[in-house]
Design a protein around this ligand. Structure first.
Ligand code: AMP
Ligand code: GLY
Length: 420
């Protein structure tokens, strides 16, 4: 199988790495990729915002399967264009990708499907903002009704900060979503969905805040681990039955059947799991940890998802033990990152690349905010953490920062669901 991955992050590097270990895969390309993917996959150029260009590239390269990593091409219709060219594509149509691209659409589907989620209101006129803010609190959640790469959300107990963020979004012409605050640890559940059949992967936990102890602003994600020892028995089956399958069925009934990866961001509250958000693609950095434990060859699995034959697939196989991934970010991230700094040690085992590129002189340099995603595995979380941090110690990048507490509380058994 000729396997083409679209995207350029560590998630895509993890997908390329998994494909490189699958005997069914005869060739791998990654567009546009990064310095890390280029060691395993043919690097191809493409504009991620141009669905026709992505489809043309897939035809030209004679791809048997196209796997689209990021949300932007999905929301703009890249999967539709690839399928129209007659090539199987892992990723939802533009219509189905609205589950991530429009928070209002996602809420509408969840309401129709009877799925537990935060109460929300959309505000599109600054004159209505204060009255709306008064209906929420004491913790305010303010979101951009659109794609914001995880950085459009402010969660605060300070109503002034909530008002300022909302006004900033409204000023930029973006409707604002206010939500009730969901209390409880978060989990990301990734499900393969072929329009109808749902196959869940192992749930993972992501760390959204930039600093240790969950301090500082939200980011795209600073680390993740798998498995979650603290979720109740039957958690995955329960979420599939009460949340994922109803949403998948509702989308099919609306003529926007979902195929690809449906990502449920959940808060495990005292009232049970509630949806924080849906994404229409693999999560980053959770994918780097989840795929480190997946033993089922990836190409056939994603191909079956893309072609509506998931129900015929054997049960997934997982390695025992744990995986932890820690993001190494550039100076300045999640604000404007410093780029162009030389990275050393980036070719070592477990080091996945995100914002990296190879300079003409052969040096690998930083080119984005999240630069590397370093993965460790082990018999338990403590061992996996130790391996990840040991590998980070072997990496050099001036001014870089990373969290030192990824999976630490879980390893100590300190994560719990409120009221349990
Ligand atoms: P989102 O962009 O919707 O994924 O939100 C980013 C992060 O903000 C989430 O991962 C949560 O940590 C936090 N968040 C979003 N919505 C809520 C909510 N209703 N209650 C509590 N935290 C939230
Ligand atoms: N891990 C957060 C995301 O992929 O959106």
């Amino acid at each position: 199988m000729r396997f083409l991955v679209i995207g350029s992050g560590a998630r895509e590097h993890a997908l390329v790495l998994a494909a490189s270990q699958d005997p069914a895969v005869t060739a791998i390309a990654c567009a546009p990729g990064n310095a890390g993917t280029a060691t395993l996959a043919e690097p191809l150029g493409v504009d991620l915002t141009d669905p026709a260009a992505i489809a043309a590239l897939a035809e030209q390269w004679r791809a048997d399967l196209v796997v689209i990593g990021p949300e932007v091409p999905l929301v703009t219709g890249a999967a539709d264009a690839v399928r129209k060219a007659g090539i199987p594509c892992f990723g939802p149509s533009a219509a189905a990708a609205r589950i991530e691209g429009s928070k209002a659409f996602a809420k509408d589907v969840m309401t129709a499907a009877g799925v537990p989620t935060a109460h929300s209101e959309v505000v599109d006129n600054p004159a209505h903002l204060d009255a709306a803010l008064a209906r929420f609190g004491p913790t305010w959640v303010v979101k951009d009704d659109g794609l914001a790469a995880g950085k459009g959300v402010v969660v605060t107990t300070d109503v002034e900060q909530a008002r300022k963020h909302a006004l900033m979004l409204l000023d930029g012409g973006h409707p604002v979503v206010l939500e009730s605050f969901l209390d409880g640890p978060e989990a990301s559940l990734f499900c393969l969905v072929d329009g109808r059949t749902v196959v869940p992967l192992l749930p993972a936990q992501d760390f959204k805040r930039v600093g240790d102890g969950d301090s500082g602003p939200n980011t795209g994600g600073m680390g993740a681990y798998v498995p979650l020892s603290w979720v109740p028995d039957g958690f995955v089956d329960d979420v599939v039955e009460r949340i994922i399958q109803p949403v998948v069925d509702e989308m099919a009934a609306r003529d926007s059947a979902f195929t690809g990866l449906l990502y449920a961001g959940l808060a495990l509250t005292s009232d049970g799991p509630q949806v924080i958000e849906f994404n229409c693609r693999f999560g980053d950095p959770e994918t780097q940890a989840v795929l480190a434990l997946l033993r089922t060859p990836i190409a056939g699995l994603l191909h079956a998802t893309a072609t509506g034959t998931l129900a015929e697939q054997p049960e997934l196989e997982w390695a025992d033990g744990s995986a932890v991934t820690v993001v190494v970010a550039a100076d300045g991230y999640p604000g404007k990152p410093l780029v162009g700094d030389v990275i050393t040690g980036g070719e070592a085992d477990g080091v996945l690349h995100a914002g990296t590129r190879r300079r003409d002189d052969g040096a690998v340099v930083s080119s984005g905010g999240r630069v590397l995603s370093v993965v460790g595995t082990g018999a338990d979380l403590e061992e996996a953490r130790a391996e990840a941090y040991e590998r980070i110690a072997g990496v050099g990048l001036a001014g870089a920062h990373h969290r030192t507490d990824i999976a630490a509380r879980a390893a100590r058994g300190e994560v719990s669901i409120p009221g349990r």
